[in-house]
Write a protein that binds this ligand. Structure first.
Ligand SMILES: [Zn+2]
Length: 191
């Protein structure tokens, strides 16, 4: 996927690092994350925000598989959103995590907390993909857009891997007659 030009600093920016920024007068701008944060900091008069780029890190899951995580730090005026995600090409795919902090929080303390959360998630496996079955009685993941169903059916990501709604349904059928509970949570919550 093509990189886009940040309209503030002019740098070619991958799609995962660009923010579509609308202003009150209906004007629409593409900004890289760093320029977006500088804009918010300027408009809110918050000079203490640490506008840093965080280097990607590599983590190993409980199956011995390696995952590279990229970070996006967004200053939202009164809060900070810190996202960690994997990429397929230039598109976010696989595991994703989020942590919300206060504007005054130290970015590196938040990063430490996020990495702990990621470590906890990577230490658990929910699906045996070879045998196509749910390992225990709980499945955690997140909901994504399934382009092959034009948004009519969800695509879920479990253990950092995409599972179609159909495949998930098939796995559930080995537990026919059992009960289930479906809990939906904000991206920053930990289930
Ligand atoms: Zn920029």
């Amino acid at each position: 996927m093509a990189h886009e030009r940040c309209e503030q600093c002019g740098s070619q920016t991958p799609p995962w690092d660009i923010i579509h920024c609308g202003s009150g007068d209906g004007h629409h701008e593409l900004l890289c994350t760093v320029c977006f944060n500088a804009r918010i900091a300027e408009s809110t008069g918050f000079a203490d925000f640490e506008n840093v780029r965080l280097d990607p890190i590599r983590m190993i899951d409980c199956q011995g598989e390696s995952h590279q995580f990229h970070f996006q730090l967004r200053f939202l005026g009164d809060r900070i959103a810190l996202d960690a995600f994997e990429l397929r090409g230039e598109i976010r795919a696989g595991y994703r995590f989020q942590l919300i902090g206060e504007a005054e929080d130290d970015v590196f303390v938040l990063l430490g907390r996020l990495v702990e959360k990621m470590r906890r998630a990577l230490s658990v496996r929910h699906i045996d993909f070879r045998e196509r079955r749910i390992i225990d009685s709980t499945v955690r993941g997140h909901i994504e857009w399934d382009a092959s169903h034009a948004g009519r059916l969800p695509l879920v990501v479990v253990d950092g891997k995409e599972v179609s709604w159909d495949d998930l349904g098939q796995m559930l059928m080995s537990m026919e007659g059992w009960q289930f509970r479906l809990d939906i949570a904000d991206p920053s919550e930990e289930l």
